[in-house]
Design a protein. Sequence first.
Length: 74
Amino acid sequence: MDTNLYALEFLARDRLERAWAAAARARLVPRAARPPGAGVRLALGLALVTLGRWVRRAASCTGDVGDRLAPRGA
């Protein structure tokens, strides 16, 4: 069965409009009404991403970690 491109485009446009509306509503919500700990989770997540990038860059520079993680006999 062939996919109806018009219907697919209509569904995609509808989902995008709903996402844009949800984002606009989220911007209107004051910070006090947001769940507690949301800022802590965001800060922790960003710190973990930064740490992961730092470790990956350090491992690629030294080669020590990559050698230990490589499978034996390869």
